[in-house]
Ligand binder design. Structure first.
Ligand code: UD1
Ligand code: MG
Length: 466
């Protein structure tokens, strides 16, 4: 049973703290990328972020990330989830056991269960981690997470004794033909008491086919020390790793399928679910309708009853209840769309608060702005927020009518109830209830077009003759 503050409660009533160690030193050669593998994203979240979010549910009191050299950028992703995360650098990739030994100094003074995770296994669930962690107790100070593999080739096999206890993990290259027939495999994720880890880690050698320090040797060492090793299991899909971009796309597809189900189950209508892409953190209220071909980037909340019409792209935005977005709308970070507001086709909103019931239905850019309730933004309105050096605020009051093709040159403030004539360029603050208009005199010349047409026609005829 989970309790608060990183403590795990066993049947005995004992409370155990959790620490996580995440192995993320792999270069990810097959990704063919400058970016560390664990920073590649699926559903708007880094692979490492997915693993850390799953682990966070267990409220670990420590998080240690083992990264490779030149992977400083891993820190920001980790700190976004665990601000206090510690980092160990594994300069040479000498195996999973060696990687964990790099982390051990950051566990000094920690007493409890250490969960060892892989940074490139993003589908791991909190539930499996909890099942695994609760298996660890005084009699059984270690447990492994296993799975039945459709094709076990390449995985470490879980070796069990006649009683079914896990007594060893045999890597593919070191396994006998008989052991290779075992389909119960090692996910790589283990839970172990801090004291057993500290005791056994120095005993891991590298006398094996790969010449690596295998973390998996802990199981045999645990049995030799007279302790039991528990086994929790999960599906093969849950512990799928990412090694190349094809596997990354497969993980994306799995996540999207599950998020679509989650939001439909939560009361949203997805007209064509397979065309809607969510981020891991997208929050969708009840009775929301999402039309085809909508993309949600990170940081979006959609209020109850809102409609997101086809081909809209939304990130970092809060959409109020009953609001209507799209078709073809773009909401960028900092867009806060009020209740029942309408943001229509080819309207871009960035870092702007749109009041309740306000409307911007066609072809506009609203950036660094406030728009009051019930204000109507005409087609083609642009907030000129950038002077080439700095961004400035456009502050529009309530019940304002902004005529089509208005340029609002920020910083500028438009009072409540103002009317702005179409085509105006607004460079000064406008007091409440005024009419604002910049418009050159309209010049009308009767008959001019007809005469011009005749001249042009005559010219064309002469050319054809000659
Ligand atoms: C490992 C397990 C194997 C298991 C399989 C599951 C060992 C010896 N074997 O094998 O039993 O079935 O995972 O996928 O543990 N890493 C480091 N530093 C290193 C080596 C690895 O950080 O020096 C990280 C990798 O980035 C990766 C994880 O540890 O996230 C696993 O490493 P990998 O090389 O994929 O191990 P496998 O040989 O697949
Ligand atoms: Mg592997």
């Amino acid at each position: 049973m989970l309790s608060l503050r990183g403590r795990f409660c066993f049947g005995t009533g004992l409370m155990t703290e959790i620490a996580i160690v995440v192995l993320a030193a792999g270069k990810g050669t097959r990704m063919k990328s400058e970016l560390p593998k664990v920073l590649h994203r699926a559903a708007g979240r880094s692979l490492l972020g997915h693993v850390l979010q799953a682990a966070k549910v267990l409220s670990p009191s420590r998080a240690v990330i083992v990264r490779g050299p030149d992977m400083d950028n891993v820190a920001a992703a980790a700190r976004a989830v665990f601000p206090e995360a510690a980092f160990a650098t594994q300069a040479e990739r000498l195996g999973t056991g060696h990687a964990v030994s790099m982390a051990i100094e950051h566990l000094a003074g920690f007493s409890g269960t250490v969960l060892i995770l892989y940074g490139d296994v993003p589908l791991i669930t909190s539930a499996s981690l909890q099942r695994l962690a609760t298996l660890v107790n005084a009699q059984q100070p270690m447990a492994v997470l296993g799975f039945e593999a459709a094709n076990p080739h390449g995985y470490g096999r879980l070796i069990r004794d006649a009683q079914g206890n896990v007594v060893a993990i045999r890597e593919e290259l070191d396994a006998t033909p008989e052991e290779r027939r075992i389909s119960l495999c090692n996910s790589g994720i283990i839970a172990i008491s801090d004291s057993l880890l500290a005791q056994l880690l120095p005993l891991i050698g590298n006398a094996n086919a790969k010449g690596e320090y295998y973390l998996t040797d802990l199981v045999e060492l645990c049995a030799a020390s007279g302790h039991g090793c528990g086994l929790a299991t999960c599906s093969e899909a849950e512990v799928a790793g990412v090694n190349d971009r094809i596997q990354l796309a497969a993980i994306e597809a799995t996540l999207q399928a599950s998020y679509r189900r989650r939001h439909m189950t939560g009361g949203a209508t997805l007209v064509a679910p397979e065309t809607v892409f969510f981020s891991a953190d997208t929050e969708v209220g009840k009775d929301v309708v999402i039309e085809p071909n909508v993309v949600f980037g990170p940081g979006v909340t959609v209020g109850d009853g809102a409609e997101i019409l086809a081909f809209s792209h939304i990130e970092g935005a809060v959409i109020g209840q009953g609001a209507r977005i799209g078709p073809y709308a773009r909401l960028r970070p900092g867009a806060e769309i009020g209740e029942d507001a309408h943001i229509g086709n080819f309207v871009e909103v960035k870092k702007a608060v749109i009041g309740k019931g306000a409307k911007a239905n066609h072809l506009s850019y609203i950036g660094d702005a406030k728009v009051g309730p019930k204000t109507n933004i005409g087609a083609g309105t642009i907030t000129c927020n950038y002077d080439g050096y700095e961004k400035h605020l456009t502050d529009i009051g309530a019940n304002v009518f902004v005529g089509s093709n208005t340029a609002l040159v920020a910083p500028v403030k438009i009072g409540d109830g103002v009317s702005i004539a179409a085509g105006s360029v607004i460079t000064r603050n406008i007091p409440a209830d005024a009419l604002a208009m910049t418009r050159p005199e309209l010049d009308v010349r009767p008959g001019w077009a007809a005469r011009y047409r005749e001249i042009k026609a005559a010219k064309k005829a002469a050319k054809l003759k000659g």
